[in-house]
Design a protein around this ligand. Structure first.
Ligand code: GRG
Length: 281
C-alpha cells in the first residue's frame, strides 16, 4: 500500500501537539508571570510546521522505539526552535516585525518580554528533557540525548551559526562559508531531531552516525530552499559551478542514499525529504 504521507505527517503533529500543550499549562500559576506565560504560548502555539518533532518521531518509529520516551525531547526541541525564532526576530538581530503572518513576539509583548520568553523556553526545554521518568535502562540514552540537545543548540551548534551569519563579510564569502552557516545555524537542530529519535529508540553508534549525516544534509537543504524562496541573493550568489537548485538536488539525493544505508521502513522519511525540498513556503 502506498503510504498516505500527509495523513501520517498530520498524525505525528496532532500527537506531538497534545504533549506540547501539557507542558504549556503552568503547574503552579502563582509562580509564572502571566504575561510571560502569554508571550511563550503566543510563539509556541502559533502555527509552526513542527518539522523537527515529526523528524524525531519518524526516526523513533524507524528504529522501533516507544514514542512516549521521545515526546519530551520533541517538545524540548520545538521550544528551543521557538526561542531561536523569537530572538532572531529581535531588533538587535534580524529586526523583523512579522513571523508566520502575525506580528513578532517583541512587537506584541515588547523587546524585554520577548527576550525573556526566549530565555524561558530554552531553560524549560532542559527541564523537560531531564525530568521525565524513563525506565532505568533508558537513562543512559536520555542523558546522551540531553547532551545532543545542548551541543546542537549551543556554541558548537546553532548559536555559532548565528554568529557566523552576523559576522561574516557577505561581500567576500565563499560557498564553504555559506554551507558552514547553514550547517550550524539550521542543520544542527535537524541533526538533533533525527539523532535523538534514533538514540532514544536504541539505535547503535553506527546507525546514529548515519542518522546524523542524514540530518545534516536535510537541514542544509532546508535552509537552502528557505533562501531560494526568499531570494537571498547574497547567499545564493556564491553558487558558481552549479546553480543552487542543482546543489539542492545533489544534496537531497545524498540524503536519501543515507536513508537506504540505514535501512528498514524508510518510506515516510524518503517522502518527507522530497516534501521539504518541494515546499513553497
Ligand atoms: C541568543 C540573542 C540570541 C539569538 C539567537 C540562534 C538564533 C538567535 C537564531 C537561530 C537561527 C535561525 C532562526 C535560523 C533559521 C532556521 C529556519 C529556517 C527557521 C524556520 O524554520 P521552520 O520553517 O519554522 O521550521 P516554523 O515557522 O515552521 O516553525
Amino acid at each position: 500500500m502506498i503510504l498516505d504521507f500527509k495523513t501520517k505527517f498530520d498524525e505525528y503533529v496532532i500527537d506531538f501537539e497534545k504533549h506540547l500543550k501539557d507542558y504549556t499549562k503552568p503547574i503552579n500559576i502563582n509562580n509564572v508571570h502571566p504575561t510571560l506565560h502569554e508571550a511563550i504560548n503566543y510563539s509556541l502555539l502559533s502555527g509552526g510546521k513542527r518539522i523537527r518533532p515529526v523528524l524525531m518521531l519518524a526516526f523513533c518509529d524507524l528504529f522501533g522505539g516507544d514514542k512516549n520516551n521521545v515526546y519530551p525531547f520533541a517538545c524540548a526541541l520545538e521550544m528551543i526552535h521557538t526561542y531561536s525564532l523569537i530572538h532572531d526576530d529581535l531588533p538587535c538581530m534580524d529586526n523583523d516585525t512579522m513571523r508566520r503572518g502575525e506580528p513578532c513576539n517583541h512587537v506584541v509583548f515588547g523587546e524585554g518580554m520577548a527576550l525573556l520568553a526566549g530565555d524561558a523556553l530554552l531553560t524549560q526545554a532542559f527541564e523537560i528533557a531531564s525530568s521525565f521518568e524513563a525506565p532505568e535502562n533508558l537513562t543512559e540514552n536520555q542523558i546522551k540525548s540531553i547532551n545532543i540537545l545542548a551541543k546542537c543548540a549551543g556554541s558548537v551548534g546553532m548559536i555559532s551559526g548565528q554568529c557566523f551569519d552576523l559576522h561574516t563579510d557577505k561581500k567576500n564569502f565563499s560557498m564553504d562559508d555559506v554551507i558552514n552557516i547553514y550547517r550550524l545555524k539550521t542543520a544542527k537542530l535537524f541533526c538533533a531531531a533525527a539523532s535523538i529519535g534514533a538514540v532514544m529508540s536504541g539505535a547503535d553508534k553506527n546507525q546514529v552516525d548515519l542518522v546524523e549525516q542524514f540530518g545534516e544534509k536535510l537541514g542544509i537543504s532546508f535552509q537552502l530552499i528557505d533562501d531560494i524562496l526568499d531570494n537571498e541573493t547574497e547567499f545564493l550568489s556564491v553558487f558558481k559551478d552549479e546553480t543552487p537548485n542543482e546543489f539542492l538536488s545533489k544534496l537531497t539525493f545524498e540524503a536519501k542514499e543515507i536513508l537506504i544505508k540505514i535501512g528498514g521502513n524508510i518510506e515516510f522519511l524518503t517522502i518527507l525529504t522530497d516534501y521539504l525540498i518541494k515546499r513553497t513556503h
